[in-house]
Write a protein that binds this ligand. Sequence first.
Ligand SMILES: [Zn+2]
Length: 463
Amino acid sequence: MAVNCKFMVLSIDGVPFGLMERMLREGVMLNLAGLVERWGMRQMRSVQPTVSCVAWSSYMTGCNPGKHGIFGFVDRRPHSYDLAFPNARMMAVENIWQVLSRADKRVFGMNVPATYPPRPVNGVLIGGFLAPTVDKAAYPAGVNDYLKSIDYQIDSDAALGRKDKRAMLVNLDKTLSKRMEAMFYFLEAERWDFFHTHIMGSDRINHFLLEKMEEGDAEFGPAFFDYYRKIDGYIGRLLEKTGSEAPLMIFSDHGFCPIKQEVQLSRYLIERGWTALADQVQHPLSINPEKSKAYCLIPGRVFVNLQGREPQGIVPIEEYQQTREALKRDLLELREPRTGDKVIEKVLMREELYWPRGCQGVCEVAPEQAARAEGTYGKAADLIAVPYDGYDLKLGLAGQVLFQKTELEGMHTYADAFMIARDVELPENDLEILMLARPILKRWGVEPPADMDGEGKAITNWN
Ligand SMILES: [Zn+2]
């Protein structure tokens, strides 16, 4: 029986366009291939820095990070050297489930990063990997009882990727099958106007098995594709149930590539005299502020220790711009000693990459004004280092080595997410993830919030 769903979204975290092309060609994604044959597939750009929660925040708000306020997996608390783990509470603007709810649409969202804690909506919102337990994952709270009854998994156990890859695969399968069980349950339960389910396990398997897959490892190569074959099986069932007409988007939030080296960027800033360590290193911001002109957070987000902004800042505002120029030169000089290859492709100033609320598109913000900005925009890093694909920017504050290779096999890439859309009017050129909220709202004739980006000039223009 066909279910009653007017707009369906299935997001598959971190699947690169090129890998998807290969899996379509080689028959791994057979059901999806039928859809692509009719509707095509496009490449889509992510966000900077290319972190899932930043990308999904931009998707669900249609805004750049300068407006929604989520810049990474960890952020610096303003005016402090403390860390914050950004969640939906810190998102400064409404998400599409809320906007659609206000227009009386019936909405569903499950497992999308940066939706925990779930905001009240006209429907159901189930938080993603930051939800501590199933008891607290969903709005309305009654939904948690159902989730518990089927042993729903909020996320797979990422630590298994380093310890035991076979156990990781079993765990990924279970997480996926429970997610899909819940998806079909809710899909059949009532009529939906907007229904979005997210699969996170693809990001995990790409982090830990991407090289083995590419090298054609006898055990983990086929296991990698088996996981995607299972996703495709669920897609087949989904297509059957939703019919062949209803608007549908299947897409990822960023691409992936094999890691050549992990780069401990804090070590480099220490070597170059920018950062000095605290006597005891306890967390990523354990610096000695009296001796640090700059410090960083992953991936590649560099902050100036500015007088009057940071609690013990030492760089006067008059030296802000020259300090950033000097940092930029140093960052661009970083090379991998073994190959001599450059690590950093470009370094962007916060005002080149982000724009504040009340502003459409990258607008002129003078450096000193940018330095002193408050609110969501003021949370941005002062410089954002964008690496060449293959160099995964980490922190390594307390470690000894600058370059290393670990169990981690894949890293996120900016330029190559994929998008398959059936009967959805998307911008024709240069698709970016922050452009998706507008077409979804347009489908319903719902007016986008006044400050929403994603149209005309209001896109990333630094490429
Ligand atoms: Zn990831």
